[in-house]
Ligand binder design. Structure first.
Ligand SMILES: [Fe+2]
Length: 741
C-alpha cells in the first residue's frame, strides 16, 4: 500500500457544494491537510515545473492517521434470514463459466463464515472441480470435490446437496455442452454426521465465499444460482440448473432482470433480492446465448450471466477524514487537497466550477474527467525501471499503478483472469491523477498525458492572461448545453476521448447555437461510454468491434449494460469525431511529436487572420510532449465522416516516424484504406477550421501533443501565437463567422 494516499467523493464541485476527502495513512503521526491551486503539474525541470499556490481553506489542519483497507473483488450479497435462514436439507445449484479454475478455492454460492467454519457453500475447489463445503458443529468444515477440473471458459452446471436425516453430502458437475474428448462430468458422495452446521450467521454470497473482508472470490460468469429446500437427485439438479421447474425451490436469482442496475432479483418464493458489490460485469452472454441476438435488450434471457472478478473495485468505501464546502467566491480552477505526513505527501486534485447558472469568464475549458477516470491507474506495458529513475531525477510523483494494482487498474488493463476491465471509478485513489506523475519516459519532452499534460494549456492560459472557467464532463453530462450557455468560447484539453451522448449533445448544441469551439487535442470524441444510474462515478466502456483497443470485448457483448446503447466507437454509432470537431482519429505512433506544414488553405481570407504574426511555414517543431506539436495520436479531416464541406485545412503534419500506423478502422485490407488513399497520406494531423451556424466557429488542432508546445520559449512561439489569434477572435463579440455560400 502507498503510505499516504486518498480520494475525494467527486472530481468537480461548485461553490456551496461539499467534497469529502478519504485518506489512508499508514503512518502513526497525524497528517497535515491544506488547499493548493494547481497551476502546472509538469515535473520536468526543462519545463515550467510544478506550480502550486497555497490557498486558505477551513479544512487546513492536522488529522489523525489511520490506515483504510481496500476490499476488492465483486460478488452478490443477499441478507440472511427468511426462508433462506432455516434450511435443514438443501441443494445449491448454479451454471458457471469459470475463467481461472486453477486459481484455488472460489465461492459460487455460499452462506459460509470462514472464521467460524459454519455454513454451506457451493464452490470451485482447490482442484478446480465442483466442491461442496459443509460447516461442522465442531472442527473444520468438510469439503467434498468431484475431482475433475472444469475447463476454463466453458459452461458447466454444478450443484451441492445435503440431506440431514440421511447424513448425505453430494456434489456434482455436468458440462452444458459435453466435450467429446474429455468427460468432465461427475459427482461425489459422502456420508456425514448430522452434526453439520449449515446455518452460518452471515449473508448469502454469490461469487465469493464469505468473511470480513470477503474472501474466496470467483473469477468468471455465474448464471441462475438457486437454492432448494431439499436434497435434489443429480438429474433434478441438472434440470434445475437448466431452468426447469423442480419442486422445493426457495430462491433463484435471475440476472437477466434489472441488467442496468446493481440489484439481483430472486424469482423464487423467498423473494430474497440482493445487491451487487464492486460492480461485476452484467449483460454478459449466458449459457443459452447462440448468436441470434447480439443486443441484450432484445433477448435478456440470453444474457442471464454476471461476470465476477476477484479484482473488481468500484468504491473503496473509505471513511471521510475531512470535507470542504467550497466558499462562494472561490475562483474556478484546478485545486488540490494537499496531504503531508513526515516524508510522505499526496495531492488529490479536483476541479472547482463556477456557481451553477453563472460564469466569471467568457472562456470555458472542459476538463475531460471521464477520460481521466477511464485511464485511471493505467498500468502501462512500457513501464520499467527507467520510469522510476526519471520520477526520482525530476522529483516527480513516485508511485506507479503497475506496482499498485490493489487500487484497481484501468480500462486499458486486464483483470487477473485475462478479461478486459470495462468499469472505471473515481471512488478510489487514482495514482495517475497526481501532480508530477509522468506517464511515459520519453526522450524529448515530459512524457505527460491527461491531467498533467492538460496543465500545459491551463498554465499557458494563465500566463497569457486569459480568464477562464472550468467545467468537467460530469457537468456537461448532467446539465447539457445549459452548462455552457453564455460562454463565448469553449475549449477542450489534449485528449477528450470518452463521451456519453449527453456530453456530445451539449458540445454540438453549444456549437450550433453560435458557440466558438476549440478542440485542442487528438483522438477526441472517440469512444462511447455510459454512466451508472445508481452509482455516480462509475463509467462503462465496451471495447467492441474495432478501434485502437487495449482489449477486445467478447462476441455478443458490445452493448453497454448501464444504458443499453451499442458501445464501442462513436464512429460505429454514426457520430464520428469529424462531425463535431472537423477532424477525427486517423493514426497512432510512439510518443513522438513532429511538426505541421502550413497548407494552401491558410491564405484564404476566411482564415488568414489565424496566422497573423506567424511567418513560418513549419509550425510546432518543438514542445514538451514528444518534442513536437503533431504527435502520438493524429486526427484528420474526412468529409465522408462528417467534416463540413467548408472545412479549411490550415496545416497538416508530416515527418512522422515509421512507427506511426493507421488506426484499424482506417485500414480495410493490407493494401486498401477507408478513403482509398495510400496509408502514408492518412498519417497526418490536420489543423482545421470551419464556420458553424449562428456565427459560431470551430478550430481543431488534430494532435494530442499540441498543447505541449504552447509554453515553449516562454510562450513565444508560432503555436502559441496561432492559439492566441484564434482565442482573441473567438472571444470577440463582434467577430463574424459567416458560413460561405
Ligand atoms: Fe486515449
Amino acid at each position: 500500500m502507498i503510505p499516504l494516499i486518498g480520494y475525494g467523493d467527486r472530481l468537480s464541485v461548485r461553490p456551496g457544494e461539499t467534497i469529502e476527502f478519504k485518506v489512508s495513512s499508514q503512518n502513526s503521526a497525524p497528517f497535515e491537510a491544506s488547499l493548493v491551486r494547481i497551476v502546472c503539474a509538469d515535473p520536468n525541470p526543462a519545463g515550467p515545473g510544478i506550480q502550486e499556490v497555497p490557498v486558505a481553506a477551513d479544512f487546513t489542519g492536522s488529522y489523525p492517521s489511520r490506515a483504510q483497507a481496500v476490499a476488492s473483488g465483486s460478488y452478490g450479497r443477499v441478507e440472511a434470514g427468511g426462508p433462506l435462514g432455516r434450511l435443514d436439507d438443501l441443494t445449491l445449484v448454479a451454471t458457471i463459466w469459470p475463467t481461472t479454475p486453477e486459481a484455488g478455492e472460489q465461492g459460487v454460492l455460499a452462506r459460509f463464515d470462514p472464521e467460524s467454519g459454519t455454513g454451506f457453500a457451493l464452490a470451485l475447489g482447490a482442484d478446480g472441480s465442483a466442491t461442496a463445503i459443509l460447516g461442522q458443529v465442531s472442527g473444520a468444515p468438510l469439503r467434498l470435490s468431484v475431482g475433475k477440473r472444469l475447463a476454463p471458459r466453458t459452461w458447466t452446471r454444478i450443484w451441492a446437496s445435503f440431506d440431514r436425516a440421511q447424513g448425505r453430502l453430494v456434489v456434482g458437475q455436468t458440462p452444458v455442452r459435453p466435450d467429446p474428448f474429455v468427460d468432465r462430468s461427475g459427482s461425489a458422495e459422502r456420508a456425514v454426521g448430522a452434526a453439520a452446521a449449515t446455518d452460518g450467521d452471515c449473508p448469502l454470497l454469490i461469487g465469493a465465499l464469505g468473511g470480513r473482508p470477503v474472501t474466496g472470490h470467483f473469477n468468471g460468469k455465474i448464471e441462475a444460482p438457486a437454492v432448494f429446500g431439499r436434497a435434489l437427485e443429480a438429474g433434478e439438479a441438472a434440470a434445475a440448473g437448466a431452468g426447469e421447474a423442480v419442486a422445493g425451490l426457495v430462491s433463484r436469482w435471475d440476472f437477466a432482470q434489472g441488467i442496468s442496475g446493481t440489484k439481483i432479483v430472486d424469482t423464487g418464493p423467498a423473494g430474497a433480492h440482493g445487491t451487487l458489490v464492486n460492480m461485476p460485469a452484467r449483460a454478459m452472454t449466458g449459457a443459452s446465448w447462440d448468436g441470434r441476438e447480439t443486443c441484450w435488450r432484445h433477448a435478456p434471457e440470453h444474457y442471464a450471466a454476471i461476470h465476477f472478478h476477484d479484482d473488481d473495485l468500484t468504491d473503496c468505501g473509505w471513511d471521510t477524514d475531512f470535507a470542504f464546502t467550497v466558499p462562494e467566491g472561490l475562483a474556478s480552477g484546478v485545486y488540490g487537497a494537499r496531504l503531508v505526513c513526515g516524508a510522505h505527501q499526496d495531492t488529490i486534485p479536483f476541479v472547482v466550477c463556477p456557481p451553477k447558472g453563472s460564469r466569471a469568464a467568457d472562456l470555458c475549458v472542459v476538463i475531460p474527467t471521464f477520460t481521466y477516470v477511464i485511464y485511471g491507474n493505467h498500468a502501462r506495458t512500457d513501464y520499467g525501471p527507467d520510469w522510476h529513475a526519471r520520477a526520482k531525477a525530476w522529483n516527480g510523483y513516485p508511485w506507479n499503478p503497475a506496482d499498485h494494482p490493489e487500487y484497481g487498474l484501468s480500462t486499458y488493463n486486464f483483470h487477473s483472469d485475462g478479461s478486459g476491465i470495462c468499469h472505471a471509478s473515481r471512488l478510489r485513489p487514482l495514482i495517475t491523477l497526481r501532480p508530477g506523475y509522468h506517464c511515459i519516459t520519453e526522450a524529448r519532452g515530459s512524457g505527460l498525458r491527461h491531467f498533467q499534460a492538460d496543465t500545459h494549456l491551463l498554465a499557458w492560459l494563465e500566463a497569457k492572461g486569459y480568464a477562464f472557467d472550468l467545467l468537467t464532463d460530469e457537468e456537461l453530462h448532467r446539465e447539457g448545453v445549459a452548462a455552457l450557455e453564455g460562454y463565448r468560447t469553449v475549449m477542450t484539453t489534449s485528449h477528450p476521448e470518452y463521451h456519453t451522448a449527453q456530453t456530445l449533445d451539449a458540445l454540438e448544441r453549444y456549437r450550433d447555437g453560435g458557440g466558438r469551439f476549440l478542440y485542442m487535442g487528438g483522438n477526441g470524441f472517440y469512444w462511447r461510454v455510459a454512466l451508472h444510474e445508481e452509482a455516480p462515478g462509475v463509467i462503462e466502456i465496451r471495447r467492441g468491434e474495432g478501434g485502437i483497443r487495449a482489449w477486445a470485448a467478447e462476441p455478443g457483448e458490445y452493448f453497454n449494460a448501464f444504458d443499453g446503447a451499442y458501445g464501442g466507437l462513436w464512429r460505429r454509432s454514426g457520430r464520428a469525431p469529424q462531425a463535431l470537431a472537423g477532424v477525427g482519429f486517423s493514426s497512432q505512433g510512439l510518443f513522438e511529436g513532429s511538426y505541421y506544414r502550413r497548407a494552401a488553405g491558410a491564405s484564404d481570407p476566411r482564415v488568414s487572420w489565424i496566422f497573423d504574426g506567424v511567418e513560418d511555414e513549419v509550425l510546432g517543431d518543438f514542445g514538451l510532449s514528444g518534442g513536437g506539436a503533431a504527435g502520438y495520436e493524429l486526427d484528420r479531416v474526412d468529409r465522408r465522416l462528417g467534416s463540413p464541406e467548408h472545412t479549411v485545412i490550415l496545416a497538416s503534419s508530416e515527418g512522422h516516424s515509421e512507427n506511426f500506423v493507421l488506426v484499424p478502422e482506417e485500414q480495410l485490407t493490407h493494401v486498401t484504406t477507408w478513403t482509398g488513399d495510400p496509408p502514408q497520406d492518412l498519417i497526418r494531423a490536420d489543423m482545421a477550421f470551419f464556420e458553424a451556424p449562428n456565427n459560431g466557429a470551430v478550430f481543431a488542432t488534430g494532435s494530442i501533443t499540441f498543447c505541449g508546445s504552447l509554453l515553449h520559449d516562454g510562450g513565444d512561439n508560432n503555436i502559441s501565437r496561432i492559439i492566441a489569434n484564434v482565442l482573441d477572435r473567438f472571444l470577440d463579440p463582434d467577430a463574424r463567422f459567416d458560413v460561405p455560400g
